[in-house]
Design a protein around this ligand. Structure first.
Ligand code: FAD
Length: 416
């Protein structure tokens, strides 16, 4: 078989678009339907980045509201149109359950165990998602059965959640958005907070995303991160809901959400929290201050009038250290994601200790012929985002084409 792309989200479709442009024969295997992950997000979900950031190759946003934040179903419709626009060779409903190398890796390539039988190919591109396996902290499974416990990906809306107060564990973008939604639905909401950056929705006349792009923040390479673990830090707290607004610890507390320290587990009929809310708030404030410097430096070098970016307001970080479980109807874990390649891609040494592929520009440095795209922070901060995945897809597609030329002796792809 020609090249196999696994996953028909934005990353898989973008690579498919670029391979189509190069004339490289390929198939996209998708276990669900095109844009399955977006389809699975909660009912009121909308983009956090404005519509103009949808910059897929051959599939840029061209609607009437570039500064709006598309709701879930419009994102799905956009990706469906994108797939149709170049007749992406997607086979929906085919799950790849395992990948291993053939007996003679150099000549046999890879063997894919799929829901429709075995497939052999010398070139595989894994585009199975930036956010693969929900991560739950220790103690998450100790709640009594009468409390509904779910991961954020299973949250649909307030009505579908068990009655009563809600504890949300994890305070990245998703945790903050669900806290706001449930509070507005009349629930008592408790938010166990961790370390997450925050940004104001708007700075001066622009959405924050304009500044993230203008400062070069989106283009920061992975090497600029302080540690490999920094890849797992939450995305910035902010929302596109209701036209977009600030949504951080100060906003949530002002609206009536109870902020708590990190979730520590369940003990003696109570849920326990660390005494660390002050540190979590300080972490977010430090990220804001660092970003402010980037904005000010950019304004100084470009001659742009700097926007107003005041110091964060003082914050009283006192918080309860525990809650009676009896008070809760539901717990939602929104405590991040981990890569999940290693559980089904049986190629020794291909993934690091956090589970990220060991690659350069998307090409595995361990298994020639194995490629990735859409991985969080693969090349740059924007690698897994709608604004950045297209740049990576073009690079990966050219590397795939080069490897096909080497494998088949054909040398016409890269002349295009
Ligand atoms: C809550 C949330 C909000 C986000 N908001 C934004 C935003 O506002 N702006 C932005 O730019 N980015 C946003 N992102 C980040 C990113 O754009 C999305 O995560 C996006 O879905 C990533 O696209 P992808 O194609 O890499 O992965 P996915 O969309 O996850 O697509 C992967 C596909 O692979 C399929 N698949 C997986 N495993 C297999 C297998 N073994 N066999 C066959 N098929 C398989 C899945 O069914 C899925 O269709 C958000 C992420 C999250 C979690």
């Amino acid at each position: 078989m020609g090249v196999v792309i696994v996953g028909a989200g934005q990353a898989g479709l973008a690579v498919s678009h670029e391979l189509t442009a190069l004339g490289v024969e390929h198939t996209v295997l998708e276990r669900g339907r095109v844009a399955s992950t977006w389809r699975g997000r909660w009912d009121s979900f909308c983009l956090v980045t404005p519509n103009w950031t949808v910059q897929l190759p051959g599939g840029r946003y061209d609607g009437a509201d570039p500064h709006g934040y598309m709701p879930r179903d419009d994102i799905v419709a956009h990706l469906e149109r994108y797939a149709r626009s170049f007749s992406a060779p997607v086979r929906e409903g085919v799950e790849v359950r395992s990948i291993k190398r053939g007996p003679e890796p150099a000549s046999d390539g890879f063997i894919l165990g799929t829901s429709e039988g075995e497939i052999r190919t010398r070139t595989v591109v894994l585009t199975t998602g930036a956010y693969q396996k929900p991560h739950r902290p220790r103690g998450a499974d100790d709640f009594p059965g009468r409390v509904q416990v779910i991961d954020a990906e299973h949250y649909r809306n307030a009505e579908a959640l068990a009655q009563g107060a809600v504890l949300i564990v994890g305070s990245g973008q998703t945790g903050c958005q669900l806290a706001e939604e449930l509070h507005e639905a009349g629930r008592d909401v408790y938010l166990a907070c961790g370390r997450a950056p925050w940004v104001p929705r708007r700075l001066g006349d622009h959405d924050i995303t304009h500044w993230i792009e203008a400062t070069g923040f989106f283009d920061q390479p992975r090497a600029a991160l302080p540690s490999p673990q920094a890849r797992l830090v939450a995305n910035q707290q902010v929302t596109g809901h209701g036209g977009g607004h600030d949504l951080n610890y100060r906003v949530l507390r002002a609206m009536g959400v109870t902020l708590l320290g990190r979730f520590q587990g369940v003990s003696g009929g109570r849920v326990m929290f660390a005494d660390d809310l002050a540190q979590s708030v300080a972490f977010g404030d430090a990220r804001y201050t660092a970003f402010r410097k980037l904005v000010m430096d950019t304004c100084a070098t470009t001659g742009i009038t700097p926007p107003d970016m005041p110091d964060p307001a003082p914050f009283d970080a006192s918080a309860p250290d525990s809650l009676p479980i009896d008070r809760l109807g539901a717990v939602i874990f929104t405590s991040g994601f981990r890569p999940d390649f290693a559980s089904w891609v049986h190629i020794p040494g291909a993934f690091d200790e956090l589970g990220f592929p060991i690659e350069r520009d998307g090409a595995s440095t361990v298994a020639p012929g194995l490629f990735f795209c859409g991985v969080h922070y693969m090349r740059k901060r924007k690698s897994s985002l709608l604004i950045g995945v297209g740049e990576d897809a073009a690079i990966v597609a050219r590397a795939v084409a080069a490897s096909r030329e080497a494998a088949t002796g054909r040398n016409s792809y890269l002349k295009k």
